[in-house]
Design a protein around this ligand. Structure first.
Ligand SMILES: Nc1ncnc2c1ncn2[C@@H]1O[C@H](COP(=O)(O)OP(=O)(O)OP(=O)(O)O)[C@@H](O)[C@H]1O
Ligand SMILES: [Mg+2]
Length: 323
């Protein structure tokens, strides 16, 4: 079978090589898979790769994001509903499980599924039967479920927000996607890949990055991971005028965070650079604070000292960052 789709998952670092190998091993099995990782690390890409490398590849791949649906609609979206089963249900409707029959259902942000529905989901996984809202009889479905989360499900499980039995049911195999800042060697490869892709798409003939642009790309922390890198490169390709992407084609916050890392009075430097961009500055400050906090394992005193502000100030700033 052709594995066109997995070729698009790039990664030369040992951690990504391990992920790719795991994808290859897991794909042909019919087991549920749980994919974890921060936003933009490639969870959906990996889910698709698993589907297209499985025997279900010529059947539907159906993706649903549990966080994007209002709570009262999740059940009828997933399982369908009978005509007139609730206000607004003028027609009967197949649920996504039925749509994905013989294929794969990708349950994105599975941690957001309301507790009441978690039981029903578990039952579908155990029995292979779905019941549309407002119907008494069940229908058989044959669906492989791949779930994803950027939330700590272990913690959600311990606090009782996520059912333990459902967790184990979904977590037969787990694929953990590392954040981009923990595999910096992949940045250049991905950047060049996106440069080629968007140059072609935009009809430009760019062939690389200037050394300064390259340094900025590799030094940045990417809170939005691969998606953020992709967007930055797409933007740069659009702006670039010569044959290479220049540092000035990259988003301003990449420059600012590079300065923040190298200059002790970072915040002041940033203010001098773009006094008009208050929003940008606030965002930058927020990221800087959160990163410093992380580096000091949430220790307030040490974080405050590292930032050169008082604990009270740090406290006040944190309250506006995460109210
Ligand atoms: N290893 C990779 N190689 C090539 N492209 C990648 C890789 N990882 C991610 N991408 C690309 O980055 C973008 C984000 O990936 P994806 O949507 O799969 O992330 P996600 O983890 O599902 O994000 P979110 O949690 O925000 O939904 C996509 O355009 C995807 O193609
Ligand atoms: Mg996603």
């Amino acid at each position: 079978m052709q594995t066109v789709f997995s070729e698009d998952i790039l990664g030369a670092t040992p951690r990504m090589q391990r992920v790719l190998k795991l994808v290859e091993k897991i794909a042909p099995t019919d087991s549920p898979v749980l994919i974890t990782g921060e936003s933009g690390t490639g969870k959906e890409l990996v889910a698709r790769a698993i589907h297209y490398q499985s025997r279900r590849s010529d059947r539907p791949f159906v993706a649903v994001n549990a966080a994007a649906l209002p709570e009262n609609l999740v059940e009828s979206e997933l399982f369908g509903h009978a005509r007139g089963s609730f206000t607004g249900a003028q027609h009967e409707k197949k649920g996504l499980f039925e749509e994905a029959d013989q294929g794969t259902l990708f349950l994105d942000e599975v941690g957001e599924i309301p507790p009441g529905l978690q039981v029903k989901l578990l039952r579908v996984l155990q029995t292979g039967e779905v019941r549309r809202v407002g119907e008494n009889h069940a229908r058989m479905v044959d669906v492989r479920v791949i779930a994803a989360t950027n939330k700590d499900l272990v913690q959600a499980r311990e606090s009782g927000e996520f059912r333990e039995d459902l967790y184990y049911r979904l977590n037969v195999f787990q694929i953990e996607l590392p954040p981009l800042r923990e595999r910096r060697e992949d940045i250049s490869i991905l950047a060049l890949y996106f440069l080629t892709r968007y140059s072609r798409r935009l009809g430009k003939s760019l062939d690389g990055f200037s050394p300064e642009a390259q340094a900025l790309l590799v030094g940045y922390d990417y809170p939005g991971n691969v998606r953020e890198l992709e967007n930055a490169v797409q933007r740069a390709v659009t702006l670039a005028e010569g044959r290479t992407v220049q540092a000035s084609d990259l988003p301003p916050w990449m420059h600012l965070s590079a300065r923040l890392l190298t200059e002790p009075a970072g915040a002041r430097v940033a203010a001098d650079l773009v006094p008009e961009h208050d929003m940008l500055l606030a965002e930058l400050e927020k990221r800087h604070i959160l990163r410093t906090l992380e580096r000091h394992h949430d220790n307030m005193s040490r974080t405050a000292r590292a930032l050169g502000i008082s604990r009270a100030t740090l406290w006040r700033k944190l309250k506006t960052i995460r109210p």
